[in-house]
Design a protein around this ligand. Structure first.
Ligand code: AMP
Ligand code: ZN
Length: 498
């Protein structure tokens, strides 16, 4: 760690969902942060909505690290216990997919975990410090259930164990995160069905006895069964971050019941609330409706990168999509559309062009029309104000405008201000926003293009050697149609892009 980390001079405020206010952030242990974010349930490919939440927290992770904090970022993989409809009844999402795809549940888990990692790396998201799985922590889950039962807040019923919400609410407040109270919840819920094992409809499962057909099961004192979804996060967060830790994040849709139940479990097990700051990222919508697997209202990252979806006019690079997301504050709803992405693409290239021209920007003895130090400060102010990336981007475009004016000789910049400008752009565009330099990606793309054309040139030569002139002419003509001209010479065939 540096001798004088940035966090000592920056006052970071973040919106704490539990107080409904922006609060000055103070970690439990100076210089160190424990952050837990609910990870994906790996039963299908992630859609762009899921990605938005994880990219929002990648921004948070990056900025905290940039400030010089040592961050332990835990994001789990839910590979068991998450039932259909997010409820206590029904089939396990992973097991159901295994049945449909005729694979082992762990093959499903592996397949979609790999997809998730692959997509996250395309979006240039930094992997978490620890990525625990629910099935890897069954023993710890059984232990915490025993503690909650011993403390009087859970009961066994017919081989399953349920959290006793009414009992808990006598001494604690069930609903404090989502702003609800138990009386209203009771008034709004239907009677329990006759076959239910629960005392009250609000109670939720900590352990479920497995039905004979349920293949993902583990032995426990109450039955052969499986853990409740809410409990997994309580166990995996506190195991690696302690019984009280700094930041817990997730999508807005997880606030209730998932996070509410985590608070209840933590308080019931340890006697105090588990989390100091709750952060919730808002939803990505499509045609004004939440992007959601269950309704089929989704677009996948692959469709976006290939342009292979009827709502898209073209393909978009991951960095453009990331930039599009960063242009909205993480607590605002963001609506996806082809037009919005095209607008982001223009902005992104304007930014990258300006960054490119920084290398050859002429300097003068003094700067006119721009105060680089004050501007750098404003960039920090934007991020210190609850990670306000759209304001940060507006500041970056102030710099773009200035750079372009210098290029036209209508303003000037001193060498030292240019250094500040370069450093700040590097810090915020690449480190904090996590964008990738398009000049680097385009050189990568042009390598691939050249390789592909060389391959076609070789195939054409082979066709000619075999006197298959129909094929060799077709390759030449089709390439010409898309603007690539082949030229045959003594040294072989070369190409040029028209
Ligand atoms: P799941 O795999 O369903 O457990 O969801 C993984 C994460 O994606 C959770 O944090 C959800 O809140 C988040 N999520 C799901 N749909 C959306 C959406 N449309 N926009 C943003 N985040 C979402
Ligand atoms: Zn969770």
């Amino acid at each position: 760690m540096t001798a004088n980390p940035l966090y000592k001079t920056q006052e970071l405020k973040l919106y704490n969902s539990i107080s409904g206010q922006k609060e000055t952030f103070t970690p439990i242990t100076e210089g160190n942060i424990g952050m837990y974010v609910c990870g994906p349930t790996v039963y299908s490919n992630v859609h762009l909505g899921n990605c938005r939440t994880f990219i929002s927290f990648d921004l948070v992770f990056r900025y905290l690290k940039h400030l010089g904090y040592k961050v332990r970022y835990v994001r789990n993989i839910t590979d068991a216990g998450h039932l259909e409809n997010d409820a206590d009844e029904g089939e396990d999402k992973v097991a159901k997919k295994a049945r449909l795809e005729q694979l082992e549940p762990m093959e499903i888990v592996q397949k979609y975990t790999l997809d998730f990692h692959n997509v996250m790396s395309k979006f240039n998201a930094i992997p978490p410090s620890i990525e625990p799985t629910a099935t890897g922590h069954i023993v710890e889950q059984i232990e915490i259930i025993k503690t909650i039962i011993d403390n009087g807040f859970a009961y066994e019923s017919n081989g399953s164990v349920y959290f006793d919400v009414q009992k808990f609410n006598e001494t604690n407040h069930y609903g404090k995160l989502s702003g609800r109270n138990l009386e209203d919840m009771i008034a709004n819920t239907r009677e329990l069905s006759a076959q239910s094992d629960k005392k009250n409809p609000q109670d939720f499962a900590l352990w479920k006895k497995a039905e004979p057909q349920h293949i993902m099961r583990w032995p426990a004192p109450w039955s052969d069964g499986f853990p409740g979804w809410h409990l997994e996060c309580t166990v995996m967060s506190t195991k690696y971050l302690g019984e009280r830790f700094d930041i817990h994040g997730g999508g807005m849709d997880l606030k209730f019941p998932h996070h509410e139940c985590e608070i209840a479990q933590g308080e019931a097990a340890c006697g105090h609330t588990p989390v100091n700051y709750w952060m919730h990222a808002n939803m990505l919508t499509l045609n004004g409706k939440k992007m959601s697997k269950s309704t089929g209202n989704t677009i996948s990252p692959d469709e976006l990168f290939s342009g292979n979806n009827s709502i898209l006019n073209k393909a978009f690079e991951p960095s453009i999509v990331r930039f599009f997301m960063m242009q909205a504050h993480y607590r605002s709803i963001l609506d996806f559309s082809n037009d919005a992405l095209e607008a982001s693409e223009k902005g992104y290239y304007r930014l990258m062009d300006a960054i490119q021209s920084l290398e050859n920007l002429p300097t003068s003895n003094d700067s006119k029309g721009f105060d680089a130090a004050a501007w750098r400060k404003e960039c920090y102010q934007a991020m210190n104000d609850d990670f306000n990336s759209p304001i940060l981007i507006a500041k970056l475009f102030d710099a773009v405008k200035f750079i372009n004016t210098v290029k036209e000789n209508k303003a000037s910049i001193s060498e030292s201000d240019l250094d500040i400008l370069k450093q700040t752009i590097h810090d915020f565009v690449f480190d904090v926003l996590g964008l990738v330099n398009s000049n680097e990606t385009s050189s990568d793309a042009s390598d691939k293009l050249s390789g592909t054309i060389e391959l076609l040139i070789n195939l054409r030569a082979e066709a000619r050697a075999n006197k298959d002139f129909a094929t060799s002419d077709k390759i030449r003509d089709k390439l010409l149609e898309i603007g690539i001209q082949l030229k045959d010479g003594r040294e072989g065939t070369t190409f040029s892009l028209n």
